[in-house]
Design a binder for this molecule. Structure first.
Ligand SMILES: [Fe+2]
Length: 241
């Protein structure tokens, strides 16, 4: 049994620094790893990233993250990533990591992902260059996730994204913005590998539980959805949490 703690959309800045720390100090007692589903900051500045490093550094368990759209806002992604990695946080983008625990090897493949919508109601690769570029971004992101997932040699496989791979976990959000909250291509990527669990954020008004067309369990761990510092998933023969 591997214990995974997860949260997304913590949107840290100076004013909320320390909010998560008391619960995070207890992590080594209840989890083997912490996964962060992006939107760590409000506007993706280096100083906000330093808040993230302070809040989520030195926890006593590995911390693995993807970035979210907010973390891109100020076009400082390389500096944000450096601050996080200097704090020992692994940042995934079309990449994966295998962590060894007594209960087995946990593989985590991550990508920010992108919008595009879901089957029957999605953007298509047609028409203006801008629309084709939009869909190309979606497809490239999903392809990178699929390749990363299929490339990991592990006992249990988890997909970590910011954007949602399914519409289920968006329930509660306005239907009109679903295409900006996720894409079905991420779900296809997750289904292309023996994924045990898919975690995402981004949909603050969404719901917690969903399933990909291939039957992979999806959980929206956006902080406003889970309403706690992190959720814990026990991953083994059966998923608990
Ligand atoms: Fe977001």
């Amino acid at each position: 049994m591997i214990r995974i703690a997860a949260v997304g959309d913590v949107h840290l800045d100076q004013d909320v620094l320390g909010r998560f720390r008391p619960a995070l100090e207890e992590l080594p007692d209840c989890a083997d790893v912490l996964l962060l589903a992006g939107d760590l900051t409000r506007h993706g500045t280096e100083s906000e990233a330093r808040c993230v490093a302070q809040e989520f550094g030195d926890l006593g368990v590995p911390v693995v993250t993807v970035l979210g759209n907010h973390d891109h806002q100020c076009d400082q992604v390389p500096r944000v990533v450096k601050v996080l990695e200097d704090a020992g946080i692994t940042v995934l983008e079309g990449t994966g990591i295998v962590l060894e625990f007594p209960a087995g090897r946990l593989g985590v493949a991550g990508v920010k992902g992108f919008g595009g919508g879901f089957a029957g109601r999605c953007a298509s690769d047609f028409g203006e260059p801008e629309m084709k570029a939009f869909v190309r971004t979606t497809n490239e992101s999903a392809d990178a996730l699929g390749e990363a997932l299929r490339g990991l040699d592990c006992d249990l496989l988890v997909a970590l994204t910011h954007y949602s791979p399914v519409p289920d976990t968006l329930a509660g959000e306005p239907l009109e913005i679903y295409p900006f909250l996720g894409s079905y291509q991420l779900g296809q990527a997750i289904d292309s590998a023996p994924t045990a669990l898919a975690l995402h954020g981004h949909a603050h008004a969404g719901t917690e539980r969903g399933t990909t067309p291939g039957g992979v369990r999806v959980r929206n761990v956006a902080h406003p959805v889970i309403k706690q510092a992190y959720s814990i998933f026990h991953l083994g023969d059966h998923l608990v949490g």
